[in-house]
Design a protein around this ligand. Sequence first.
Ligand SMILES: NC(=O)c1ccc[n+]([C@@H]2O[C@H](COP(=O)([O-])OP(=O)(O)OC[C@H]3O[C@@H](n4cnc5c(N)ncnc54)[C@H](OP(=O)(O)O)[C@@H]3O)[C@@H](O)[C@H]2O)c1
Length: 197
Amino acid sequence: MSNDSTPGPQPGDFTEQLRASTTGLGLVWAQTTDGVIGKDGDMPWHLPEDMAHFTRLTSGHPVIMGRKTWLSFPDKYRPLPGRTNIVVTRQEGWGQTAEAEGALAVKSLDDALLESQFAPGHETVWVLGGGEIFAQTVDVADVAVVTFIDSATEGDTYAPELTYEWKLAASEPATGWLTSASGTRYRFTLWRRTETK
Ligand SMILES: NC(=O)c1ccc[n+]([C@@H]2O[C@H](COP(=O)([O-])OP(=O)(O)OC[C@H]3O[C@@H](n4cnc5c(N)ncnc54)[C@H](OP(=O)(O)O)[C@@H]3O)[C@@H](O)[C@H]2O)c1
């Protein structure tokens, strides 16, 4: 018999399941149904539930991002706490600038992946984007955790295409949408790449 006081599955439970079931190289992003992930150097939405999911998912693991994504975080949130923040740039000496404070700056994605293996929690490494970095890592990643946002907002930066080799492994909810306190509808998903690298 069901007990009305017992809460059903919560979005946070799904995040914990993902934490427990993902290893290797993961991509994590939020996108509109049209694939928009960014606009004017920022994300064109505010979804605290997704931020909580992102923080919980990636905490304790190294994170890799492009310089522009690093700079998209407000100063007070950089570096992302509890994670080795590896930032990719082709600019010589950028790592010594004030805006790089707290980042481990590297000159290539290969160097980023190498550095990640010396960081705490390296059994799972999360690529945080943005568009340029996702495009260069989608073919070597093992998993992708994608939040779909039911929004038609326009943007200038797009998610990578998850081609035939990517299969949907889990979704919260299984059908339909979750609804944010703000009214925005969203869905958490897990994708796995099935082809060998
Ligand atoms: N919705 C989401 O989940 C999400 C997640 C992340 C980001 N975003 C959004 O995405 C946008 C930023 O994405 P973006 O595509 O413009 O930039 P990005 O991928 O964050 O960073 C691009 C920069 O990374 C460096 N870079 C790229 N490839 C490299 C390589 N192979 N080797 C060395 N350095 C390399 C270059 O830095 P230098 O120019 O210094 O050489 C390049 O300018 C923002 O709007 C952000 O808010 C959204």
